[in-house]
Design a protein around this ligand. Structure first.
Ligand SMILES: Cc1cc2nc3c(=O)[nH]c(=O)nc-3n(C[C@H](O)[C@H](O)[C@H](O)COP(=O)(O)OP(=O)(O)OC[C@H]3O[C@@H](n4cnc5c(N)ncnc54)[C@H](O)[C@@H]3O)c2cc1C
Length: 317
């Protein structure tokens, strides 16, 4: 028998979970279809701005897992080194995403969405589920996007970020968060983020078109980063097994909604143009889509900031 829900959300990452949480606050009973069994890992440095907690209407002290607080970042910009005063957090995505989905307190079914058909009254998913409102929160390769948003010009390669990272237990020697911008000619940046409970996250992200122009692979830059971390005695002797992932930076103009199908988070391509920050935009878009359904109003993502940098700088008084 077909399972009928007024709202179905495909994907239970930060975008989908935030959308479900807001809908539940207004007495909706959305169903999340999520292909992975939570808790699941997600390649991500796990850096969070204070805005994330504001959007979630909670205080960081209420976060039940390890939360690292950074008052400064150690930056290297084209080889020039300085400390940037800031106020930021870091979490482990395996914990954060589970917390978000638990907090939403909605029905979640483990199901990989494959085939979606439009009907006169909504959308049928894999012949098993039917909904009036369909939210695509499935990340970079979201099937809602692929099925219904084909009219959007295909993603431009200068917006495509390819990334490699690993999160692992390590006897932390350096408690600073390091960011290396354009180091060794990288068209992007690399990071070292120490976390709570003895984990560190090491990663690198670069524009796909920039790498093509330089005729150099991300792997070559990754190998250089690993060497540099060892030389600086930040991480040595770790047998790296990094994961690769790609996602899109914010696009200039694209409809986030067609009929009753909505795109949120990475499915829409909302990460900031300068830092590739995607968690806050994912959450904000999830809340905006939910508000559009709840209040029967237009869904727009125009209010979501396109750049991270201004909010990173904390001026000392
Ligand atoms: C290496 C790396 C580092 C990053 N570091 C940061 C950072 O430090 N800070 C930051 O703000 N952003 C960072 N980002 C970006 C951030 O990870 C994403 O923007 C964010 O996860 C987007 O959230 P989302 O909910 O839209 O998508 P996702 O987190 O990708 O969640 C999508 C969910 O949909 C599920 N799904 C996918 N397909 C289907 C399907 N067919 N059926 C059912 N379920 C499906 C997936 O299993 C997943 O749970 C980083 C990205 C990368 C790649």
């Amino acid at each position: 028998m077909m399972i009928e829900r007024e709202v179905i959300i495909e994907g239970g990452g930060p975008a989908g979970a935030a959308c479900a949480w807001r809908l539940k606050q207004y007495q909706f009973s959305p169903l999340i279809l999520e292909k992975s069994n939570f808790p699941r890992a997600k390649p991500c440095a796990g850096w969070l701005t204070p805005k994330v907690f504001e959007l979630l209407e909670t205080d960081p002290t209420n976060y039940p897992f390890g939360l690292t607080h950074f008052n400064s970042f150690k930056i290297s910009l084209l080889g020039i080194k300085f400390r940037l005063s800031t106020h930021q957090y870091a979490i482990r995505r395996i914990e954060f995403d589970s917390w978000l989905i638990d907090r939403a307190d909605v029905e979640v079914r483990q199901h990989q969405v494959r085939k979606i058909e439009k009907t006169s009254s909504g959308y049928t998913i894999d012949g098993l589920f039917h909904t009036k409102f369909l939210i695509g929160a499935g990340g970079t390769r979201c099937p809602v996007r692929q099925n219904f948003f084909k009219r959007i010009p295909s993603h431009q390669s200068d917006r495509l970020i390819i990334a490699k990272e690993e999160e692992f237990r390590y006897p932390i020697k350096d408690k600073d968060c390091h960011l290396w911008f354009f180091e060794n000619g990288l068209p992007g940046y690399a990071w070292y983020v120490p976390k709570m409970d003895g984990y560190v996250n090491v990663g690198i992200g670069a524009s796909a078109s920039g790498l093509k122009k330089k005729e150099k692979t991300l792997n070559a830059y990754w190998n250089q980063l690993v060497e540099d971390l060892a030389t600086a005695k930040i991480v040595n002797d770790h047998p790296y097994q990094p994961l690769g992932y790609s996602y899109y930076l914010r696009e200039a103009s694209q409809p986030p909604q067609i009929d009753n199908a909505f795109l949120i988070g990475d499915a829409l391509g909302l990460a900031t143009r300068d830092m590739g920050e995607g968690i806050a935009p994912a959450i904000e878009s999830g809340l905006l889509a939910a508000d559009a359904i709840i209040h029967n109003k237009k869904y727009s993502t125009c209010s979501i900031p396109r750049f991270s940098f201004p909010s990173l700088i904390r001026l000392r008084s």
